[in-house]
Design a protein around this ligand. Structure first.
Ligand code: UDX
Length: 445
């Protein structure tokens, strides 16, 4: 919304949230206190805030005044009841739709921005249309394709914008109104219009395809380790085929983030619900491979450290699910940590952007042991050299650029010997580390 406000100065954009603290943070004078860290975001907010970008907790007033409403509530995987662990929880979406229905006095365009299972727009429409006050709603689906860490760039120079709408003259009018907003900065040929169901399904499946590429290369990393092949070389060779292309072929300790796992589980759930068992199994394997990769990495650490990490200090560099973000949702780091903590390792974590409370919240969320036990086994650190001091091993969990530039000689000198490095992102120079004296393990090489 900040980017829309930046690119369309004549349009007022009001972002509302019932969470008062969050809105307060978005209005903070000090732009370093914004709730989300994203390169370039504070500059965009600085430009538009107070001009035509506003943050408020007055949800009803904003609904009343808006001609177009973007629904961007979270849709986490259900943690209870039917579809538990797979289906998307649409509680927040439904509550928002009901609030719009209650408050609106004039016709409005309602845009689904959250990633939703197919045919959710229908549910939203049913709720909105159930008001008897004659107000007309047009529902559009406009899924977001930005990736965290590059969000501003992805929005400003996106590959495409997708707008799904009803195939009626009014639906077309609503789609055109939204297209006009994006046309302020996007070339027309990148603004794709489809029917609502295609748009909803495209988002889920685009993520499934991307995650599948990562799981595919990660499956090969295990095969490379069992042979003399090097996954970096294999990835480069595969990616040189222009039909396949070079992007998203980097092996890792496993993909994380708020979207991939959630969307695939959702896709699997939808397929199962429709009786498409084989299709569901096909996509579920992408998740199974990802879980395997995280566990394989943790097991590799344990087996290399003479089959036990009990009581040993382990340094984690990185906790975020990828670099340039403070987001830790579904981060591989928490699963690897959890697995090592099962073996009673003492884990010291340094991440340049993740708050310490968040690390505890993440391991507590996995619910494997008590909060007290987690506090005992996990120690967040503010200094990477402290994190690694007297450690038996360093594990790289996030590909932050700064890790490459550390004084590895100094890190080595202050560690227990033999000193191990487990490079879960393959960002370090193997030869250099080995010449210092480290025992180096990189994924698939
Ligand atoms: C993703 C999609 O890219 C985006 O289009 C969608 O809107 C939301 O979901 P995001 O989750 O922010 O975005 O990050 P992304 O860059 O896709 O990375 C996801 C995970 O895959 C990260 O953990 C990343 O480290 C991992 N990854 C990515 C790899 O392991 N290897 C790769 O080659 C690429």
């Amino acid at each position: 919304m900040a980017v829309i406000a930046q690119k369309c100065p004549e349009i007022d954009v009001t972002v509302v949230d019932i969470n008062e603290q969050r809105i307060k943070d978005w209005n903070d004078e000090n732009l370093d206190n914004l709730p989300i860290y994203e390169p370039g975001l504070k500059e965009v907010v600085a430009e538009a805030r107070g001009r035509n970008l506003f943050f408020s907790t007055d949800v009803e007033k904003a609904i009343d005044e808006a001609q177009m409403i973007f629904l961007s509530v979270n849709t986490p995987t259900k943690t209870y009841g039917k579809g538990k662990g797979m289906a998307a929880d649409l509680k927040f979406l439904e509550l928002s739709a009901r609030q719009i229905a209650r408050v609106a006095k004039e016709d409005k365009i309602v845009v689904e921005k959250s990633t939703l299972p197919v045919r959710t727009a229908e549910a939203v429409k049913t709720i909105l249309d159930s008001t008897s006050n004659g107000v007309k709603f047009h529902i559009l689906s406009n899924p977001e394709f930005l990736a965290e860490g590059t969000a501003i760039k992805d929005l400003q120079e996106g590959d495409r914008v997708l707008i799904g709408g009803e195939q009626t003259p009014e639906g077309q009018e609503a789609m055109d109104a939204l297209s006009d907003i994006y046309a302020h900065w996007m070339p027309q040929d990148r603004i794709l219009q489809t029917n609502v169901w295609s748009s909803e399904l495209s988002k889920l499946t685009a993520n499934a395809f991307l995650a599948q590429r990562v799981s595919s290369i990660n499956s090969l990393s295990a095969l490379c380790e069992a042979t003399e092949a090097n996954v970096e070389e294999v990835g480069r060779a595969i990616g040189a085929d222009s039909r396949i292309g070079p992007k998203f072929l980097k092996t890792s300790v496993g993909f994380g983030g708020s979207c991939f796992q959630k969307d695939i589980l959702n896709l699997v759930y939808i397929c199962r619900s429709l009786g498409l068992q084989e299709v569901a199994d096909y996509w579920e394997q992408v998740i199974i491979m990802n879980d395997y990769q995280k566990k394989r990495f943790a097991d590799k650490i344990i087996s290399t450290l003479f089959n036990t990490v009990s009581g040993k200090k382990m340094a984690f560099l990185g906790w975020a699910f990828k670099k340039d973000t403070n987001d830790t949702r579904e981060t591989a780091a928490m699963y690897v940590a959890d697995h090592l903590m099962d073996d009673q390792a003492n884990i010291h974590v340094y991440d340049p952007k993740v708050r310490h409370e968040q690390m505890f919240a993440d391991v507590d969320y996995l619910n494997t042991r008590s909060e007290a036990e987690n506090k005992e086994l996990l120690t967040p650190e503010t200094d990477p050299y402290e994190a690694c001091k007297d450690a038996h091993a360093i594990a790289i969990l996030t590909e932050w650029d700064e890790f490459v530039d550390y004084d590895w000689q100094r890190l080595y000198e202050n560690m227990m010997k033999p000193a191990f490095v487990f490079d879960g992102r393959n960002i370090l120079d193997k030869e250099k580390l080995e010449s210092i004296g480290f025992v180096y393990y990189g994924i698939g090489r």
